[in-house]
Design a protein around this ligand. Structure first.
Ligand code: NAD
Ligand code: IPM
Ligand code: MN
Length: 353
C-alpha cells in the first residue's frame, strides 16, 4: 500500500473552493485503486491568516511543511486584505524558494469539449518549463529618492546553474516527447541576461544533438502561441517569460481556470508543490462557479509525480469525458457549478471501478 501524506494549503479566494473538490477526487481515485491512500493535513495559511497573525505563515511554517510528501496549494492573494507582494512573497514564493522548487512545469493542450478561442485551433500539446527560482523575480534592487525623482531598481539574476538546470530539464522532457525545445529569449533588447541565456542554451543544446532546437524572442513567441501553438513541443523560459507564456497557454486552451502546474524540487531535499496556474479569482469568489479543472489536472500531475501515471491518465480521460458531455463551468461556456462538475466526475470515476 502506497500512502501519501499531503500538506493542503487552499489559500485564498477560489483556492478554498477548488482544493476540497480536488481532494475528494483524489480520495475517490485512491479508493478505486486499492493500493494507494492519501492523508490531507490542512494549513490555513492565507491573507486571512495574515490579518490575524501578522504573517502569512508561522515562523516554523516551513518546518511544519517539510516532512510531507508533497504540498497541494490552491491560490494565494487577496489585495483587499494584504498587498500582493507581501502575501505572495510570504507564502507562495517563499515556499518555491526555500523548498528549492526550481522548475515549474506547465502543460497546455486542447481539452475535449472545451472550446478554444482560436479561430482555427489545430491540435496543440505543449509544455512550458519555467525557471522558478530567480530571473526577473529577484529580491535584488531597491528604491531611491522621493517625489518626481523617485526610482525603483529591479535587478534580474540569471545564474549559469539555474539556467542550465531548467534547460537540461526541458531537454530531458523533450526526449520523451517530440524532441523539440524552444528557448524563450529577448537578447535583442536585454543586454546582459538574455545573451547569457542564449549562450548557455547553445551549450546545453550542443550536448543534445538528438533534439531539435530554436530560439525565439519572447514577443514573437507570444504571438506564435496564439497563431500556431501546434508548432511547439517543449519551451524553456525564464521565470517571468514562463509566467506570461503559461497564461497565454491557458487562454488558448479556453480558460485560465483549467491550466495545471507543478513546482518541482529536483534534489529530493524538500517536497514539491502542486498548484494550478490561476490565482484566487476575486471576481468570482463565493459564486460557486470556479472551474475545478485547473486544480484537478494539477492533481493528475501530482499522481504522475508519484509514479501513478495510469491513475493520472484515468483522471484526465474522465475529465475530458465530462467536458465532452457538457459538464462545464461558466468560464468555458457552461452553466454548471464547481460541485456539479466534481460530483459528475466522481460518479463516473466510481462507475469505472
Ligand atoms: P486570476 O487567475 O485570479 O484571475 C484572472 C481571471 O481568470 C479572472 O477573471 C478569474 O475569474 C479567472 N479565473 C481564475 N481562476 C479561475 C477558475 N478556477 N475558474 C474560473 N475562472 C477563473 O488572476 P488575477 O486576477 O491576476 O489575480 C488575482 C489574485 O490572485 C491576485 O492576488 C494575484 O496575485 C493572485 N494570484 C495567485 C496565484 C497563485 O497563488 N498561484 C496565481 C496568479 C495570481
Ligand atoms: C503564478 C503566479 C505567481 C507568479 C504570482 C502570483 C506571484 O502568477 O504562479 O503564475 O508570478 O509566479
Ligand atoms: Mn502567473
Amino acid at each position: 500500500m502506497k500512502h501519501l501524506n499531503i500538506a493542503s494549503i487552499p489559500g485564498d479566494g477560489v483556492g478554498k473552493e477548488v482544493v476540497p473538490e480536488a481532494e475528494r477526487v483524489l480520495k475517490t481515485i485512491a479508493k478505486i485503486h486499492g493500493g494507494l491512500s492519501f492523508t490531507f493535513t490542512h494549513f490555513p495559511y492565507s491573507c486571512e491568516y495574515y490579518l490575524e497573525h501578522g504573517e502569512m505563515m508561522p515562523e516554523n511554517g516551513l518546518d511544519q511543511l517539510k516532512p510531507f510528501d508533497a504540498l497541494f496549494l490552491g491560490a494565494v492573494g487577496n489585495q483587499e486584505l494584504v498587498p500582493d507582494h507581501i502575501s505572495l512573497w510570504g507564502l507562495l514564493i517563499k515556499i518555491r524558494r526555500e523548498f528549492e522548487q526550481v522548475i515549474n512545469i506547465r502543460p497546455a493542450k486542447q481539452i475535449k469539449g472545451v472550446e478554444s478561442p482560436l479561430a482555427n485551433p489545430n491540435e496543440f500539446d505543449l509544455l512550458v518549463v519555467r525557471e522558478n527560482s530567480e530571473g526577473e523575480y529577484s529580491s535584488v534592487g531597491g528604491t531611491l529618492y522621493k517625489g518626481e525623482d523617485e526610482i525603483a531598481i529591479q535587478n534580474g539574476v540569471f545564474s549559469r546553474k539555474a539556467s542550465e538546470r531548467a534547460m537540461r530539464y526541458a531537454f530531458d522532457l523533450a526526449r520523451k516527447r517530440n524532441k523539440h525545445v524552444t528557448s524563450a529569449t529577448k537578447s535583442n533588447g536585454i543586454v546582459y541576461s538574455m545573451p547569457f541565456w542564449d549562450k548557455v542554451f547553445q551549450e546545453v543544446a550542443s550536448e543534445h544533438p538528438d533534439i531539435d532546437t530554436e530560439s525565439q524572442h519572447i514577443d514573437a513567441l507570444a504571438a506564435f502561441f496564439v497563431t500556431a501553438p501546434e508548432k511547439f513541443d517543449v519551451i524553456v523560459g525564464s521565470n517571468l517569460f514562463g509566467d506570461i507564456l503559461t497564461d497565454i497557454g491557458a487562454g488558448i486552451m479556453g480558460s485560465i481556470g483549467i491550466a495545471p502546474a507543478a513546482n518541482i524540487n529536483v534534489n529530493g531535499k524538500y517536497p514539491s508543490m502542486f498548484e494550478p496556474v490561476h490565482g484566487s479569482a476575486p471576481d468570482i469568489v463565493g459564486k460557486r462557479v470556479a472551474n475545478p479543472i485547473g486544480q484537478l489536472w494539477t492533481a493528475k500531475m501530482m499522481l504522475d509525480h508519484f509514479g501513478e501515471e495510469e491513475l493520472g491518465k484515468v483522471l484526465l480521460d474522465t475529465i475530458e469525458n465530462i467536458t465532452s458531455d457538457g459538464f462545464l463551468t461558466p468560464d468555458i461556456g457552461g452553466k454548471h457549478s464547481t460541485k456539479q462538475v466534481t460530483d459528475e466526475l466522481i460518479k463516473r470515476l466510481k462507475a469505472q471501478s
